[in-house]
Ligand binder design. Structure first.
Ligand SMILES: Nc1ncnc2c1ncn2[C@@H]1O[C@H](COP(=O)(O)OP(=O)(O)OP(=O)(O)O)[C@@H](O)[C@H]1O
Ligand SMILES: Nc1ncnc2c1ncn2[C@@H]1O[C@H](COP(=O)(O)OP(=O)(O)OP(=O)(O)O)[C@@H](O)[C@H]1O
Ligand SMILES: [Mg+2]
Ligand SMILES: [Mg+2]
Lengths: 254, 254
């Protein structure tokens, strides 16, 4: 059984794509077969994978709306990925009136499940149809939460979306973990938010060790490398590996 | 004729709400009558205005979906505002099947136009129905763009949304200005992005002086004060006033 994890938070810039890039890498290090899906029309993940997005002939859009097989590309880091570009934005409106629209991503993933242990879906920072079909297709949700100002408001809204998806279309959808991100441990506000998140959310799913704010992530992205490749001794690698370990423990042991 | 400005960018955390709080204040300083509308279910603007959001009986939701008059509250800083809370999220789904859904905000604003020179709409960081009806109701759009990583991708997506709203429902919709935000002038990447934005966008509308990244904005928000009240000599007040001046010059001179 493939573990399908939506990396989801409707708040922008909280580290979803960064988690997909890095956690996929660490899962490959642990020996798992991983597929990353770029489900964001902003397609930051695809840019990170070195794709020329204007030149892409096939994207996840064609799988969702035109029944094409998922366009799977092998990355340089051992995981596969399915790219997107701005054309995917059309799926937002086209999904409104499509047949079986909720199942479109689930159906697109069906033929490849046997090839992967884990599938990570990089969700857009939106509350629209793309996010919804990702939640419908998933077994689990991984939630990065930036430990600043809007952590609670955005988490409240996220919970409402999760409940709706679970009630209407995916009764077994669970949270895999919450990941505090952009954490500045010297900042009193950050430590307060982190502590409160851990108190409020741990009963739902593990609140993992925070990913510290570090310019190394931006630099690694610009080099198109996971942090562990770009700066092998960086302290943030420790919590990143713990996230991979948490997802790995969701996999059924053969 | 009332100038109705959507403060819009689907990217999260780029300074929309901060602009509404501060530019409204500076417009009042210039002598204009200003109404700020909180159109975000995350309702950060309403929190900033000191509203107990859980206790709110009437919000913009009731005006949009139940034909109630706009709930108008006088702020301590000379501008009026119409609050929101998480309940506004229901409008996203209810608008899908509502009659005359595109006109819902425009119609709600109609009775109060005579009372204001400018109306600023704080849009959610979403591409959904709330953003759409804001664009349909507006005469202008003010776009904050954070001078970091995703400036170009998010601007491209924003342009697509603008064109769709203009083509389908609001032919005279124009950009009032672009405002580079979160600007760190010592950072080479920021200066490059700022320069490129100015080159690419100035033919569409003025690209105004950037708002520098400064912890004073966060502190002022926590005190529930515009920056100019919290720290009257702060250098960022200069570009904020220029934005107010730009919006003011859109007002017809009597
Ligand atoms: N721990 C970190 N410290 C500093 N910068 C980070 C960290 N994690 C991510 N970043 C940077 O912050 C920016 C936003 O990260 P990322 O793109 O992963 O967020 P996102 O949630 O996917 O954004 P979006 O909502 O737009 O899809 C990127 O420039 C990224 O390199
Ligand atoms: N120039 C600035 N320098 C530093 N921090 C800022 C600046 N402007 C805004 N902030 C802070 O950044 C955070 C995001 O700002 P704001 O809420 O205005 O963005 P937004 O675009 O409205 O976000 P959202 O998309 O969630 O509605 C807030 O904590 C705010 O206080
Ligand atoms: Mg992303
Ligand atoms: Mg806001």
């Amino acid at each position: 059984m493939t573990i399908i994890t939506s990396v989801y938070n409707q708040a922008g810039g909280v580290g979803k794509t960064t988690l997909v890039q890095n956690v996929s890498y660490h899962l490959v290090e642990l020996g798992y077969r991983v597929l990353a899906i770029d489900l964001d029309p902003q397609s930051t993940l695809s840019a990170f994978m070195g794709i020329d997005r204007a030149e892409l002939k096939k994207t996840v859009y064609h799988s969702l709306m035109q029944d094409e097989p998922l366009p799977i590309i092998k990355s340089a880091f051992g995981f596969d990925f399915a790219p997107a570009n701005l054309g995917l934005q059309n799926a937002e409106s086209e999904l409104v009136t499509a047949d079986m629209k909720e199942m479109r991503l689930k159906d697109a993933l069906e033929p490849v499940l046997k090839d992967y242990d884990l599938i990570l879906i990089d969700c857009p920072p939106q509350l629209g149809n793309l996010t919804y079909i990702a939640l419908v297709a998933s077994t689990h949700i991984l939630v990065p939460i930036a430990t600043q100002f809007k952590a609670f408001d955005s988490t409240e809204l996220l919970m409402a979306t999760y409940k709706r998806a679970r009630a209407r279309a995916n009764r077994s959808l669970k949270f895999a973990a919450f990941v505090p991100t952009m954490y500045d441990g010297r900042n009193l506000a950050d430590t307060r938010v982190y502590k409160a998140l851990a108190e409020q959310l741990s009963e739902l799913a593990p609140v993992l060790d925070p990913i510290p704010r570090s310019v190394a992530f931006v630099d690694a992205s610009e080099k198109r490398q996971p942090l562990a490749v770009y700066q092998p001794r960086h302290p943030a690698i420790v919590p990143l590996k713990k996230i991979a370990k948490r997802l790995a423990e969701l996999c059924p042991t053969t």
